[in-house]
Design a protein around this ligand. Structure first.
Ligand code: ADP
Ligand code: ASP
Ligand code: MG
Length: 410
């Protein structure tokens, strides 16, 4: 007998039939003799609908009240799921983040889990109850409800698996696992049997929403046995782990797209030391993350610096730069939020300079212009026009998983 944490996403609990299906998966696991802790997201588009409701009343609502509102979605799905399990005759209890002891920092809207007091959960498990916990939420030191950021239920599940020393953490979703690209965008994408924590972390950070990036970070830190699988198909999923055994034919594991990007360019800066420091320290002071950075070569005594931020940070970034126009010294700010980032990720690309060139070749052949490039040991990202992003993902996928994999096949 072991302890299994099972997390079900919004589409897996979207209506009564789906909740009954989830209740069946949970009780089957329970009846095999395991202790089961379940983490649920809100049903379907509930979180988006709640955000819209809030906007109708107050487009600038405080983050505290937003969290008070958004956390209700998870409470509904948990109570309904517990009721579905009651029908199947198994002992069950649903708990809010607070009741489950999930303590977070004070950062409303994007809180971090600080610790989990497991007494209540352990007491319920001792009684052989199935324990259902609301994902995406915690409680801070003021006793207020916080939420963990969009997609944060995955992180709730992995955190619980870590503190409870679970034997396995299963993330059930609406696709069969982690694919070589979003299967909704690239129908010929194939499911990966395994992927490393490092690759998955890059992928999640670069826009593949199948796992919340902080959940992967946490799974790596606490060595949680993690699996992504479908709540509908019953097929085996993808194992996310430290080291994978299979040598993939391609140096690339997967391709991601992120439309939540905006590019700012500061034009006609002085070409002298300290300018980049001023710009990026101002942004970091406002907790704005900067991603791709490009500095032009000097023209006479002038240069430009372009960089990308999340779309949600664009307004704040523009404001802080404008407020410091004299301190930084630039002629104008040029903004483009009609762009997207397309990335290839793969541990196999280390020491393989040809990988980036193959990506650029695929984009060139498709007539897609690259605005910015950034690379690390295990990824290459390019910035392209938003309306070309889907096509970019498809041509790059074809390059690596049809052409190159075909050439390398045994
Ligand atoms: P859940 O509601 O279960 O949390 P999400 O919508 O957050 O589900 O994540 C699952 C979705 O992630 C899939 O429906 C798929 O469209 C998308 N996705 C993006 N990239 C990938 C990928 N590489 N592999 C699998 N799914 C991906
Ligand atoms: N319900 C939350 C969201 O939609 C959390 C989650 O689904 O993981 O972002
Ligand atoms: Mg999700």
């Amino acid at each position: 007998m072991g302890l299994i944490v099972q997390k079900f996403g919004g589409s897996s609990v979207a209506d009564a039939d789906k909740l009954r299906n989830v209740a069946r998966i949970i009780t089957e696991t329970y009846k095999r003799g395991h202790n089961v802790v379940v983490v649920l997201s809100a049903q379907g588009d509930t979180t988006d609908d709640l955000i819209e409701k809030a906007k109708e009343i107050n487009p600038h609502a405080s983050r505290r009240e937003m969290d008070m509102l958004l956390s209700t979605g998870e409470q509904i799905s948990c109570a309904l799921c517990a009721m579905a399990i009651e029908v199947l005759g198994c002992p069950v209890i649903s708990l809010t983040g607070w009741q489950a002891g999930v303590q977070s920092n004070t950062g409303y809207g994007n809180a971090r889990i600080k610790r989990i007091d497991t007494e209540r959960i352990l007491a319920e498990l001792d009684k052989r109850s199935i324990v259902i916990v609301t994902g995406f939420q915690g409680i801070n030191r003021y006793g207020d409800i916080t939420t963990l950021g969009r997609g944060g239920s995955d992180t709730s599940a992995v955190a619980l698996a870590a503190v409870l020393h679970a034997d396995l953490c299963q993330i059930y979703t609406d696709v069969d696992g982690v694919f070589t690209a979003d299967p909704r965008l690239v129908p010929e994408a194939h499911k990966l049997e395994e992927i490393t924590f490092d690759e998955m972390l890059e992928l999640a950070t670069l826009g593949a929403q199948v796992l919340h990036n902080r959940s992967v970070e946490m799974a790596k830190r606490y060595n949680v046995d993690l699996e992504v699988l479908s709540s509908f198909s019953g097929r085996p999923g993808t194992k996310v782990k430290e080291v994978v055994k299979i040598m993939e034919k391609s140096h690339v594991s997967s391709i991601a797209k992120d439309k939540n990007v905006a590019r700012l360019a500061l034009v006609d800066l002085a070409d002298e030391p300290g300018i980049a420091f001023r710009i990026f320290s101002l942004l970091s002071g406002k907790k704005i993350n900067v991603d791709l950075i490009l500095q032009s070569i000097g023209r006479g005594d002038k240069k430009d610096i372009s960089f990308t931020v999340a779309k949600s940070d664009l307004e704040d970034a523009e404001r802080v730069l404008e407020e410091n126009r004299d301190y930084i010294g630039f002629d104008r700010i040029d903004v483009n939020d009609n762009i997207a980032k397309v990335s290839i990720v793969g541990a196999g690309m280390m020491n393989n300079p040809g990988v980036a060139a193959s990506m650029f070749e695929a984009l060139f052949n498709a007539g897609i212009n690259i605005h910015m490039i950034s690379t690390s040991e295990i990824k290459v990202s390019v910035l392209v026009d938003a309306d070309e992003a889907d096509r970019a993902v498809r041509v790059v996928h074809r390059k690596f998983f049809d052409e190159i994999a075909g050439q390398n096949s045994l």
